[in-house]
Every structure is written in C-alpha cells, then in structure tokens.
Design a binder for this molecule. Structure first.
Ligand code: HEM
Length: 558
C-alpha cells in the first residue's frame, strides 16, 4: 500500500518544491519593487522587479536609445532597475557629480578592474574609493594639465606624420584597379587613435598605423572586455561569480593564471627598457620627451610607497584603454557627419584654408587651431551627438538622500546621468537636437553657449570627469584639419548601410577602465543619409564610417 503511493508522494513533493520556489521568487521580485522606496518613479514594470531588465537592454546593444525613449515618455526621472534611477535634470548634475557631496561610484566600475596576483588593480577610472582616487589624481594629475599640452605636441605630430604617409602610400597614391584610393577610413582613424596614445604614453607606437593592422589583437581584446563589462556591470554580482570569485582569485594569487593583456605586455617592456637606463639618463630623457611614462615614473620617485611600479603599470595601461577607443569614436563621428553633409564639410574647409594654420610639412599647431570657431563647433557637435560613453555614469546616493524632480531618492540608490539623454535637451541645445548641426554652437548667444557647455556631458562632470580631455582635444584639433588639408575625403557610397552596437560605457574602458562605455559596429539596414542620430551614431564607442576615398588630385564620387 505504501509502495503503491510512493510515486505520487515523490511527484507531490516535486510540485511542492516548484510551487514554493515560485512563491519565493515572486516574493523576492515583489520586494525588489517596493523595498527601495522607488515604486513611485516611472519606468518599465519589469525594471522595477529585476536588474536583468537593464542587463538585457545593454546586451541587445543600444541601451542609450531605450533610455532616450523612456525619458521622452516619462520625463526627467526614470527607474531602470529595482535600485537604479536615470536622471535627465541638468540641475542634478551639479549635485551628483560635485566635489565632496558623497556620491561615490557604483559597483559597475570595479567590474572593469583587472586582477594580478590575486589583487584587483584599481585605477583612476575604476576605483570606488574617493580618498584613494584623490591621492592618485594628485600624484598623476600634472601629466594631463593644459600646460603639458605643448610638450605633448611633438609626440602627436610624430604619429600624424606616419598616419599621413601610410594613407598616402597605401591609398591616395594608388590609381590601380577599382580599389585604388579606397580605404576603410573608420578603421584607420581607430588605428591612429590607438597609436597616438601609445606614443604619448611611451614615446613608442604600438604599430597599428605602421602595419595597417590590429597589432596583437589589441582592438579585438578591448572590444571583448567591453562586451563583458557593459552587461555584467548592470548586475555586478555576476562578476564575482564569473571572474572575481574566490577560487579564481586564489589561483591568480598562486601565479597560475596569465592575466597579461597585449597592452600590459607592451607597457611592461617599455618600463623594463627605461629601468635599465640610469636614473640620470632617464631624468634627462624625461625632460626631453616627457611622455606619460616618464611623468608617472617621476611620481614614483617622489612617493615610491604609494606610486609603486605596479601602479605605474596600471595607470599607463589605463591610459591606453581610456584614451584610444573614446577618441576614435569621436573622430569617426566627425568624419562620418562631414562626409554625409558636404555643405558642412565645405564650411569647415573654407575656415581651414582661409587661415594661415599649416606649416610647410602640412602639420599645424594647437595654438593656431584651438580657437577656430567652425572647427570647434564641429568637434563639440560630434561630442554632443555621439558621446563615447553610452551608459549612465552611475553614482550611489549618500545616506542623506537626494531630492530631485519632485521625488525623494533614499540613500543607497544608484543614480546616474546619460550623456545621450542629456544631449537631447531641446530647451538647451535648440530644435532637433538629434541632428548634427555645428551651427547651433555658432548661432548661440554667449549665455546660451555657457548653458550648452555646462550640459555637455561627453567627458563626464565634477571630480571624476575625464582627466584626458585636453589630450583628446589636442589630438582631434590637430589631426582633423591636417587630414582634410592633405586629402580629399569622400564617402564612396553615401547610402551604405551602417549600424552600431553599444558594448560598454567607455573607457576605462580598459582593464582598466574603459569607461565602460564602449561599442562596436555592425552592418545595419538603415541608410545613414537620414542624418538622424539614431541612424548615424552608435553606442558608445564606435561609428562605422563608410569606405572612403582618399586622394590628392582626382575628382571624388558624388
Ligand atoms: C573623446 C575622448 C574621450 C572621452 C569622450 C572620454 C570620456 C570620459 C568620461 C565620460 C569619463 C568619466 C567616467 C565616469 O565618470 O564614470 C572619463 C574618465 C577618464 N578618462 Fe576619458 N575620455 C576621453 C579621452 C581620454 C583620454 C585621451 C585619456 C587619457 C589620456 C582619458 C583618460 C581618462 C581617465 C584616466 C578617466 C578617469 C578619471 C578619474 O576618475 O579621475 N580619457 N573619460
């Protein structure tokens, strides 16, 4: 009798377990919706139950478009997760990102830290510890100051010269066959951006431009990293399961894992070369070339206990990651939009050619270009239309809470602003903010310009804003005029389909940080000539520029 009923008992207990599990999960999801005190904030219902909702949005590739749409529907404050809010109110920026207001970076950032010998390598970008950040920023900050720019110029010029020579030799001077003169310009701009930051950091290029290829798979490596950190950063506990779990940390501590990326290997080799020089020689060299590595080594000599060699390595590698893809994305945005808008390109050419800015070698200097009005407007408009960071820059509300847009946000909530959302503010940036229109920066009154500049969030804001901003502006202000002066550049096929996918928020983007805000490009079905931002600009990081023709002399295809 007992045996006859056994299968039913087993079945019943299975059903019991399943029902109890479902009840527990439902209770957990319901508690997610209500326990954070955010249930009055509008947003997608699913987002209020689980962070998996935002993970899926990022994984699908264009989370910034979803966020723009949500803000259009719901206003300046939107719930993106059980404990996560997106804010589009310009006034909130001053509070959330300001100095000493107690808003620390969220757990999104440590996902980007690499592990060496069982220890996480914290960088300026990825640390959540404000005191450590302030100390590191003081130690290395001088290297990025405006006053250092002049000393960096020869290093930028060196990469530009090689870049021009390679474009000339490989494309512009070729007239053979159908492919003569045709190059994948977007890819080459990326090679340039990676090499120039290598040269600025180590006085030595990684060789992308010289070889015309992704050396040691560095670009691919960075893209894989971003593809991991962007979605996993939405649910950072996953990182503690996949990568930073106790077992892997222990194995790493024993030295049984190889966490050396190609960039770190390159950086180590350069550091080894320098350390084999005598201190006097390196100091003498330092004052001559004054690249980032020599400046970081000076910081090491001043405070070796804090600025250890491991830390010098970490900040150089972080530089490479933070400064490459971001600048490449912005350069691609500039050329992409100019190529699709010949009238704008002509306006820029008029300005460049009517000012005496080029030397005999065809190069130019920061002092001659940095206040050209139309060039500045083009660069700003690219930064506005296609910010390299595609995700919100997350911070945690301090225990006192935050009053914003008529709501009270309790302490512990993750809040953040997304540049893509802020830059669609019609009141500040004028009509049709989705269009690339440099003129909006020229036509604006001084007062309006200030307002626009204050809301330009491409480099972040406040204490954790981009330390490399001046460097990237130096690169862009120098290379754009020189390229346009030397080559006629046109889109080979203006209706060539282009699409983008946002992979992470940029940058530090580097095992360092890549502001986890990066992206990769894929082909899409939408022709780009519509000039809508959603068609032309991608996720954070990259824009696919159509194949272009570089040529000196010949007429370009319409
Ligand atoms: C167009 C180019 C660039 C863009 C759009 C950009 C964007 C950003 C953004 C948005 C942040 C703030 C991230 C946050 O608050 O979470 C940031 C931080 C940072 N960026 Fe950039 N960046 C660019 C170029 C560079 C360059 C060239 C370097 C290095 C030479 C660099 C190094 C850094 C570092 C080290 C941080 C962390 C700063 C800190 O927390 O103190 N970036 N960047």
């Amino acid at each position: 009798m007992i045996l006859e009923h056994a299968p039913f008992c087993v079945l019943n207990s299975y059903i019991g377990v399943i029902i109890s599990t479902c009840i527990l999960i439902s209770l957990y999801l319901l508690s997610n919706r209500y326990r954070y005190g955010l249930h009055r904030i509008p947003g997608p219902l699913l987002a209020s139950f689980t962070d998996l909702w935002r993970l899926v949005q990022v994984w699908k590739g264009r989370p910034e478009l979803t966020q723009i749409e949500l803000h259009e529907q719901n206003g300046p404050i939107v719930r993106l997760g059980p404990n996560c809010i997106s804010i589009a109110d310009p006034d909130a920026i001053k509070t959330i990102y300001a100095h000493k207001r107690g808003y620390v970076k969220s757990d999104f950032y440590p996902v980007q830290q690499t592990v060496a010998k069982g220890q996480r390598l914290e960088t300026l970008f990825s640390t959540t510890n404000d005191a450590f950040h302030a100390k590191l920023r003081r130690a290395v900050g001088n290297a990025y100051a405006m006053s250092s720019l002049i000393q960096f110029e020869p290093l930028v010029d060196s990469t530009i010269t090689t870049f021009l020579a390679q474009l000339e030799q490989r494309f512009a001077s070729r007239t053979d066959g159908d492919e003569g003169g045709v190059c994948d310009f977007g890819l080459w701009l990326q090679y340039f951006a990676f090499d120039v930051i290598g040269e600025l950091t180590f006085s030595k290029r990684l060789g992308f431009v010289d070889k015309g290829m992704d050396v040691d798979g560095i670009i691919g490596d960075l893209e894989r990293l971003l593809n991991y950190v962007a979605p996993v950063g939405q649910l950072p506990i996953l990182d503690k399961i996949f990568v930073k779990n106790p077992l892997r940390l222990w194995i790493s501590k024993l030295g049984l894992t190889n966490t050396t990326t190609p960039v770190a290997a390159f950086a180590r080799a350069r550091m080894a070369e320098r350390s084999s020089e005598t201190e006097e020689k390196s100091q003498a060299e330092g004052t001559k070339s004054r690249d980032f590595l020599s400046r970081f080594q000076e910081a090491h000599r001043k405070d070796p206990a804090f600025m250890t060699q491991q830390r010098v390595l970490a900040v150089t590698v972080a530089n490479m990651f933070a400064g490459s893809d971001t600048t490449a994305i912005t350069l691609r945005t500039i050329f992409y939009n100019l190529l699709l808008n010949p009238t704008l390109l002509q306006r820029l050419m008029n300005e460049l050619e009517s000012n005496d800015i080029f030397s005999e070698t065809g190069l130019t200097t920061w002092s001659k270009v940095h206040d050209l009005p139309y060039l500045s407007a083009v660069i700003k408009e690219a930064l506005r239309c296609h910010p390299a960071a595609g995700l919100s820059l997350e911070r945690i509300v301090p225990p006192t809470g935050l009053a914003v847009c008529g709501h009270f946000i309790p302490g512990g909530t993750i809040v953040g602003c997304n540049a893509w959302v802020l830059h669609r503010n019609e009141r500040v940036f004028g009509a049709q903010p989705e269009l690339f229109r440099p003129e909006r920066w020229i036509e604006a009154t001084e007062e309006k310009k200030n307002e626009m500049n204050n809301l330009l969030f491409s480099f972040g804001a406040g204490t954790r804003s981009c330390i490399g901003k001046n460097i990237s502006l130096l690169e862009m202000y120098k290379v754009v005029p020189v390229l346009l002066h030397k080559f006629e550049v046109a889109a080979l096929a203006r209706d060539q389909p282009v699409t983008m996918a946002n992979t992470t928020q940029h940058q530090d983007h580097m095992t360092a940080p890549r502001h986890p805000i990066h992206a990769h490009d894929t082909k899409s079905k939408t022709p780009p000539q519509t000039k809508k931002l959603s068609d032309t600009a991608g996720p954070y990081h990259t824009i696919l520029v159509p194949r272009c023709v570089c040529t000196h002399a010949r007429a370009l295809p319409e």
